[in-house]
Design a protein around this ligand. Structure first.
Ligand code: NAP
Length: 284
């Protein structure tokens, strides 16, 4: 199995994000050179490079001297193909040795969806690649939904009683780190899930038992979430995308389990119980 040499440079898009920040940490700990993409022009520090994926500014320069890259489309953009296509083309132009693209579980259910079109573009690019399609992140409970949990002790979402095989984002980072430097599994797409599928009410109960708070799940109409996201300032087309994927979740499409994390890492993915223990300070 061929492996990246330690003097290769790995470009990480979304490097300050949930998956990317841990991915940078893991690659550095393993002795690899990392280059972290940020859109915060004024704050670019050592090991970072400025690029704005929405405008294309800085994108080509960010790939200068890069050997491998981890790509994602940041939240907020409904046309993920428009964001990802220039990145894939730049990776191709520069002849990168490997690209790992993170999309989302279910992205390949519709060939016309922007995420799937990005996947197909990478598959057909001639680049050595992997695609990772994680399910809903456990970490949404300590990021997107944290305010409701802290302030009202409630998780209010249009998820019904459907089960979701939430994945701990730390496992996604570990998988991405492995695939970026190991070429043995190249050319494959992996759906990534946690070890079990739980309802949002069960997730609320797990947070309750870790924190001592009485957190409950409240099922809401999609329109209520839609209005909340719009008033939080999210773009209307991205809000429509969120409502669409919550509809899939509620219909049970996010409940499936895969063995991909164990297959790739040789260990079980983190459980929800472990996640809530490790993050319990987030909710207090
Ligand atoms: N949350 C879930 O349940 C879930 C499930 C499946 C798939 N996903 C996928 O996961 C991805 C998000 O990953 P994540 O949660 O690790 O990221 P994240 O925490 O949301 O962070 C997004 C990153 O993108 C960067 N960014 C934002 N706008 C940018 C721009 N215009 N140009 C360049 N960089 C920009 C930000 O860094 P700077 O501020 O430094 O620029 C930030 O680090 C999305 O593609 C989403 O579809 C999420």
């Amino acid at each position: 199995m061929s492996k990246a040499s330690k003097n290769e440079t790995v470009l990480i898009v979304g490097a300050s994000g949930t998956v990317g920040s841990e991915l940078v940490r893991l690659l550095k700990a393993d002795g690899y050179q990392t280059r972290a993409v940020t859109s915060q022009k004024a704050k670019v520090g050592s090991g970072q490079v400025y690029a704005n994926l929405a405008t294309g500014e800085g994108l080509s320069a960010a790939f200068e001297g890069v050997d491998r890259a981890y790509l994602l489309s940041p939240p907020g953009y409904a046309d993920q193909h428009k964001i990802l296509s220039p990145l894939i083309q730049e990776a191709k132009r520069r002849g990168l040795k490997k690209v790992v693209l993170m999309t989302a579980m279910g992205a390949n259910a519709n060939e016309a969806s922007p995420l799937r079109r990005a996947e197909v573009e990478l598959e057909k690019s001639g680049l050595t690649y992997n695609i990772i399609r994680p399910n809903w992140f456990m970490q949404n409970f300590n990021t997107f939904w944290v305010q409701g949990i802290r302030e009202q002790h409630v998780i209010a979402l249009p998820a019904g009683t459907a089960r979701t095989s939430f994945i701990d984002a730390r496992d996604i980072s570990a998988v991405a780190a492995r695939l970026l430097v190991d070429d043995g599994l190249s050319g494959k797409a992996f759906d990534l899930t946690g070890p079990s599928a739980v309802t949002h009410a069960e997730a609320a109960a797990a947070i309750s038992s870790a924190t001592g708070l009485s957190v409950r799940y409240q099922d809401i109409e999609p329109k209520v979430l839609k209005d909340g996201l719009l008033s939080a300032g999210l773009p209307a087309d991205y809000v429509e995308f969120m409502i669409l994927i919550f509809g899939f979740l509620k219909e049970g499409y996010s409940a499936g389990l895969t063995s991909s994390v164990k297959d790739i890492l040789g260990r079980e993915p983190h459980s929800l119980t472990q996640y809530v223990q490790d993050y319990k300070k987030s909710w207090s």
